[in-house]
Design a protein around this ligand. Structure first.
Ligand SMILES: NC(=O)c1ccc[n+]([C@@H]2O[C@H](COP(=O)([O-])OP(=O)(O)OC[C@H]3O[C@@H](n4cnc5c(N)ncnc54)[C@H](OP(=O)(O)O)[C@@H]3O)[C@@H](O)[C@H]2O)c1
Length: 322
């Protein structure tokens, strides 16, 4: 089968389409004939060698394969696998590139049955592929914050994949949302449901504080702005962060202010089928928008990576395995 692999760690040019053996579904697993696999910031991290330790500790050997979410058709079900989907069903799945079957950039992926659910009715493969990993990340961010309906949530990176889903899921949860946006993204972020928009950039925390002089209770920092966001929070508030080196968990930042930092780590929801299926339902109800920026034949993965790294992409770049 065709797969796109990282021949050595480096720039987008190290991505190559190669032929590898087809995987087959063992017990508890499904095989998906992939039609669409998204290109995410995490794929670029794998490509440059940022997760080399985890890959070396896995059962995989190089060349490694990026990719964390797919959509396609179920075409094999391992013996004795309990699953709500059947052969030929259109599905979407979260994929972990350090698991034994490797990443999502391949014509076939084998995943555990609980990593898969039906694709939203009416979605294309490319649209469906944009939901599992980033939707589950957004869901996890909101779940670790445990906010009550009516509370106010700040969101940075709201025009992005994670931030956009956070805005929409937060609204579905009954929260009030203050989100950042560049002038060119204001209509987009507003259409996603943000109640208030503040200018994006290093002043975002102060911008939120000016509108909420007492501070707000929580922020999801999808733009990785860290300290720049903290002025938005009232003392005792929480910040959910999506990337930091070292240990994950919950910790206290600025003890004088009692700010709680909550790490968001989507592998915690790899097997959260109920959450994944909840995302499907919200997409079918029109409460989550599946945004595809552009599709590429899989062999053009390097071009997609270059565009991703240039920034400014709105919606996801998607590799297509026809
Ligand atoms: N921990 C986990 O499990 C997990 C899971 C999924 C994703 N992530 C991480 O979450 C982050 C967001 O992912 P994504 O897929 O949503 O990325 P994305 O689609 O590129 O969105 C990021 C958004 O933040 C904006 N941005 C970047 N730097 C900014 C800054 N300094 N100030 C204001 N806005 C800024 C970007 O704007 P421009 O495009 O204009 O630069 C973009 O709109 C990534 O770092 C990703 O690796 C973590």
């Amino acid at each position: 089968m065709r797969a796109v692999v990282v021949t050595e760690y480096g720039g987008p040019e190290v991505l190559r389409q190669v032929d590898v053996d087809e995987p087959h579904a063992g017990p508890g697993r499904l095989r998906v004939r992939v039609h669409a696999a998204t290109v995410n910031p995490a794929d670029a991290l794998l490509r440059i060698g940022d997760i080399d330790d985890a890959l070396r500790a896995s059962t995989l050997s190089p060349p490694y394969r990026p990719g964390m979410e797919v959509a396609g058709l179920v075409d094999e079900i391992g013996p004795g696998t309990p699953t709500g989907v059947g052969i030929g069903d259109r599905v979407m799945a979260i994929v972990m590139p350090i698991d034994e079957s490797g990443g999502a950039y391949a014509e076939y992926v084998v995943v555990e049955a609980d990593q898969v659910t039906l694709a939203p009715a009416g979605s294309s493969h490319a649209e469906a592929a944009t939901l599992p990993m980033n939707g589950l990340t957004a869901r996890r961010a909101l779940d670790v914050l445990h906010l009550a309906p009516g509370e106010t949530l700040g969101v940075t990176g709201a025009a992005g994949a994670v931030g956009g889903y956070v805005v929409q899921l937060a609204k579905a949860d009954g929260l009030r949302v203050v989100a950042d946006a560049a002038p060119a993204d204001e209509r987009l972020v507003s259409a996603l449901g943000a109640d208030e928009i503040v200018p994006r950039g290093p002043d975002v925390g102060q911008g939120i504080r000016r509108r909420h002089p007492g501070g707000i209770g929580a922020v999801v920092d999808a733009a990785l702005q860290g300290d720049e966001v903290l002025p938005a929070l009232r003392d005792g508030g929480q910040i959910a962060i999506v990337r930091r080196p070292g240990e994950r968990g919950t910790s206290t930042l600025h003890p004088d202010r009692g700010i709680t930092v909550r790490d968001v780590w989507v592998p915690d929801y790899t097997h959260a089928t109920g959450k994944l299926d909840g995302l499907r339902m919200l997409a079918e109800q029109g409460k989550l928008t599946l945004r595809v920026a552009r599709t590429f034949p899989a062999e053009d993965a390097a071009t997609a990576h270059r565009l991703l790294e240039a920034g400014g992409v709105r919606g996801r770049l998607v590799l297509v395995f026809d």
